[in-house]
Design a binder for this molecule. Structure first.
Ligand code: CTP
Ligand code: CA
Length: 227
């Protein structure tokens, strides 16, 4: 649902969001992936749209439906996601909520690997491109505001602070995804917003509410300039 005109806080802004997992093929029937429903990333895309932004969502194979009114580009692998992101710059703000597979199989098989081919196969993995870091350090097309996520199972804030510096992004939205929290795949999220200014602990809320809050912060950071 669209907000009333005075709540169109992202009107005239272009926003790009990545969401969902990536799938890295082993062979035509098997893949490597992270756990990710896509709920939080899709909720952010929907909230940005509701706030009047022009939104591009680059999504891996997520469990949730495409948000209404959002141009959604469907990709499978990290390399496809990287290409789709680059093709859709420039934007005012990019939010990297996807759970990108860190590695892919170097020599994915064109044919289904058979069990009888001499024991368990050894997979040779190579590192995928870091989409967030590469866009945050882009020489010509860096968005004004670059937001990453950090899903951690321990030392959440410490890891998120280190990640923010390492990747060169402005903000990191960090959350504890250890199994006991039930956050993975669920509808609630408890996040910390890590920026140069410090760390804010946000109250536990629905993923939709976290998305609205993040969008409000993004609108404030982008301000009135450039309209
Ligand atoms: N990310 C990305 N491309 C990758 C890996 C991660 O764009 N190849 C983005 C994610 O979308 C997220 C942020 O980087 O916004 C952090 O991802 P995370 O997996 O937590 O960080 P890594 O640097 O991969 O570190 P690790 O998995 O070892 O914790
Ligand atoms: Ca990772």
């Amino acid at each position: 649902e669209m907000l009333s005109p005075q709540q169109q806080i992202l009107k005239g802004r272009r926003v790009l969001v990545t969401s969902g997992p990536t799938h890295e093929p082993i062979d035509p029937v098997r893949f490597i992936a992270n756990r990710s429903s896509g709920k939080q990333g899709h909720a952010i895309a929907a909230a940005a749209r509701a706030a009047g932004a022009e939104v591009v969502l680059v999504s891996g194979p997520a469990e949730v439906a495409d948000p209404q009114g959002v141009r959604t580009l469907h990709v499978e692998s990290a390399r496809d996601m990287m290409a789709a992101v680059e093709e859709n710059l420039p934007v005012d703000c990019a939010i990297f909520a996807a759970a990108v597979a860190d590695w892919r199989v170097a020599d994915a098989s064109d044919q289904k690997i058979k069990k009888d081919a001499g024991g368990a196969p050894t997979l040779h993995l190579v590192e995928n491109p870091d989409i967030l870091a590469s866009i945050a350090r882009h020489h010509t097309l860096r968005p004004r505001l670059v937001v990453g996520f950090a899903a951690e199972t321990e030392q959440v804030v410490a890891h998120a602070k280190a990640k923010r510096e390492r990747k060169g992004c402005d903000w990191i939205v960090a959350n504890d995804v250890s199994p006991a929290t039930g956050i993975m795949g669920g509808d609630l999220n408890t996040v910390h917003l890590v920026s140069a200014a410090g760390v804010e602990d946000w109250p536990s809320a629905s993923k939709a509410e976290v998305a609205r809050r993040l969008v409000a912060r993004i609108a404030a950071a982008l301000g009135e300039a450039g309209r």
